[in-house]
Each structure stands twice: as C-alpha cells, then as structure tokens.
Design a protein. Structure first.
Ligand code: RP5
Length: 181
C-alpha cells in the first residue's frame, strides 16, 4: 500500500462513526413526568458501561405501542426491561405478560397516596407473571438489579459490581471512623 493510500484509508476509518452497541436494557416509563425519578437507573447503567435505551411507553395512552415494544424486546436483543409507572401502574405487569424477559418494576410516587398505590399495582402480580419490584422511587436499585442479571452472562460486570459494593462499604466505614473519633 502506498503512503497516500494508507492515509486515505485511515482518514476514511476516522470519519466512520463508531456504531453504538445494541442496547441490552430497555428502560421504559409511563409518562415523561416519570423521567426525574427514572434517571438514576440510566446513570447506573452508564456507570457500568451497560448499553441501554430509554423511552416512553404508556399502558393506557399508547396500548398498541406497549404490545409492540414488549413482544419485540427479546427479538431486538434486549435482555432486561426496567419499567417505571405511577398510580394505576399497569405498565410493568402488562409488559411482563407480553415478554419472556425479566421485568424490573419501579413504582413511581405521585402527589397523592405516597406511591403506595404504584407499589401495590406493580408488586401484586398474579402467579405465573413475575415482576421484580424495587422500592418506591428506587431507580438506583432497578439499574443495579439489571446489571446483576446481566452479570450472569457478562463476567466483567461481576468485577464492577464487587467494586461498587466495596466503594459503598468504604464510604460507610469512613463515616463510622469519623463518628467514633
Ligand atoms: C402513569 O401515570 C405514569 O407512569 C405516571 O407516573 C402517571 C401520571 O402520568 P402523567 O399524568 O404525569 O402523564 O401512567
């Protein structure tokens, strides 16, 4: 290869956008009003370099979109779905009914009823259709649970999860030392 050929080849490579890795986790929420609550799940996934997608799918306002999303999720390569909803929070359960993938439900607290309505709507699934429900508004745990599920397939996540726990422990121990000093 001549130098000019090599150069133009390199240039071509540099101009080619690096394709985004296919998402492994789908984060969906019933409304854009859920976004501030859901964001920490996305931040956890970013921190673990876990490819994810995030969008609005409403069980009540876009029922056909929900069916389409849930039925195709595993065919598109997603491995876990995180679904957040508040009030009559039917999204996680309905999605779980339509997909073979593990579904993690985030109960979102609305202004009234403190999120207990959302929690009960999501956690009280009938036998045969499981949803792994995290605590009210606890999107961090939803993100971590998704990474833990993926770590059974992707060993590098296991090391990162162990690091995360160690950091958490170190933080508490720093506080203990400060208090006991
Ligand atoms: C649910 O209704 C959503 O998940 C949201 O938490 C709640 C209220 O939605 P908006 O009226 O704020 O759009 O479907």
């Amino acid at each position: 290869e001549s130098m000019s050929e090599l150069l133009s080849h390199t240039k071509h490579l540099m101009n080619t956008p690096v394709p985004k890795p296919a998402p492994l986790v789908g984060i969906i929420m019933g409304s854009d009003s859920d976004l501030p609550t859901v964001k920490p799940a996305a931040q956890i996934l970013k921190g673990f370099d876990t490819p994810f997608e995030l969008t609005i799918v409403s069980a009540h306002r876009t029922p056909d979109r929900m069916v389409e999303y849930a039925k195709n999720a595993h065919l598109r390569g997603l491995k876990v779905i995180i679904a957040a909803a508040g009030g009559a929070a039917h999204l996680p359960g309905m999605v779980a009914a339509l997909t073979p993938l593990p579904v993690i439900g985030i109960p979102v607290a609305l202004k009234l009823l403190d999120g207990v309505d959302s929690l009960h709507s999501i956690v009280q699934m009938p036998r045969g259709v499981p949803v792994a429900t995290v605590a009210i508004n606890n999107a961090v745990n939803a993100g971590l649970l998704a990474v833990r599920i993926l770590s059974t397939l992707i060993p590098s996540y296991t090391d990162k999860l162990l690091e995360y726990s160690q950091l958490q422990e170190d933080e508490v121990m720093k506080k203990v030392e400060k208090l006991e000093r």
